[in-house]
Design a protein around this ligand. Structure first.
Ligand code: PHE
Length: 341
């Protein structure tokens, strides 16, 4: 009988159990009441008395071996089954990339322009988008009914025609000058509104950055140097600029600044209208009337101001041909602007 037990032990150890069917066959052969081990248990009483203890112990070891193996495999099979059944994550699949958002190209350009001016001592100021006539027009030297008001198609608040959506960020100049004493040196980014037909070139909402410097002895030369510094920081150290005379009610003299873009490609010819030059911003010396409107003595102080469109500069820098793309929130467009270039 001990030989038989040895034989079965070897058999149990050699049996491979890889699925439910094999496991059930194993159970029937070694564990159930009518199994080979069960039969041997029944035969113990026929063993000679002096060997009975030894045989009994060996049989128990054999039985434990069989049930131990059965349990182990049953649990392992159960586990691998429940993995599939309960939809637990399949760790062999490639991971889902974590999609980070990107900073909007308009914000990137704004941040870049702001940081260029911060480096030379400009601080950042903010003002309201819903504004009154005084801050958007009158204090800026737009006479009542003057055609200059028509230059900027205005959205008025229906119930109160004195209130409007600001047409430029120049309203913040007035708010700064009314509440603070010179010297003033501020950069003022913000959203502006004009009642224009929406097209690839124009939108009824866009963004500007305004600059203002008021102090004693501020000259046109200071304006020019500041803008030249800005152009080189923004468009590269070899950038050329030119100032052309222009008109704004709140500056005198007024100018528009162009940068030299070049005429290398057909596209360059198109956007510069064959001249190679591109208009970037409006600027000028703050009109003495504006200083006086804000309680600043024009005999003592002078200053310069400038304003530029953020969309336009972003479109030039990235060769974007349709301004509407900035407002559509199409992530395929936005995702292309990972970093400031
Ligand atoms: N506010 C002017 C515009 O919107 C730009 C400008 C700002 C011009 C400051 C001169 C000085 O066109």
């Amino acid at each position: 009988m001990l030989d038989k037990i040895k034989e079965l032990k070897a058999e149990i150890e050699a049996t491979k159990l890889e699925n439910k069917e094999e496991l059930e066959a194993f159970r029937l052969r070694f564990i159930s009441r009518k199994s080979v081990i069960g039969d041997l248990m029944g035969e113990i009483r026929n063993v000679e008395a002096d060997k009975r203890k030894e045989v009994g112990q060996s049989l128990n070891v054999l039985k434990n071996l069989a049930t131990g193996k059965f349990k182990e495999v049953a649990e392992a099979l159960e586990k691998s089954n429940s993995n599939i059944n309960e939809g637990q994550p399949d760790l062999t699949l490639p991971d889902i990339p974590n999609q980070l958002g990107t900073i909007h190209p308009i914000s990137q350009t704004r941040d870049k322009i702001v940081s260029i001016f911060q480096k030379i001592g400009f601080n950042v100021a903010d003002g309201p988008e819903v504004e009154d006539d005084w801050h958007n027009f009158t204090a800026l030297n737009f006479p009542p009914n003057h055609p200059a008001r028509e230059m900027q198609d205005t959205f008025f608040v229906e119930k109160n025609p004195d209130m409007l959506l600001r047409t430029h960020t120049s309203n913040v100049q007035i708010r700064m000058m009314e509440t603070q004493k010179p010297p003033l040196r501020s950069i003022m980014p913000g959203r502006v509104f004009r009642n224009e037909a929406i097209s690839a070139r124009a939108h009824c909402i866009f963004h500007q950055i305004e600059g203002l410097y008021i102090n004693e002895n501020v000259s046109f030369q200071d304006l020019k140097n500041t803008l030249y510094y800005f152009a080189k920081e923004m468009f590269g150290p070899d950038t050329k600029i030119r100032l052309r005379p222009s008109y704004f009610p709140f500056t005198e003299p007024s100018a528009e600044m162009d940068i030299y873009w070049g005429l290398k490609t057909e596209a360059d010819r198109k956007i510069t209208k064959g001249t190679g030059w591109l208009e970037i911003l409006g600027c000028g010396m703050v009109d003495p009337n504006v200083l006086a409107n804000c309680g600043i003595d024009p005999e003592r102080y002078t200053g310069f101001a400038f304003g530029m469109g953020i969309e336009r500069i972003t479109m030039l820098k990235h060769k974007i041909e349709d301004i509407r793309l900035f407002f559509e929130n199409d992530t395929r467009f936005l995702r292309q602007f990972q970093t400031i270039s």
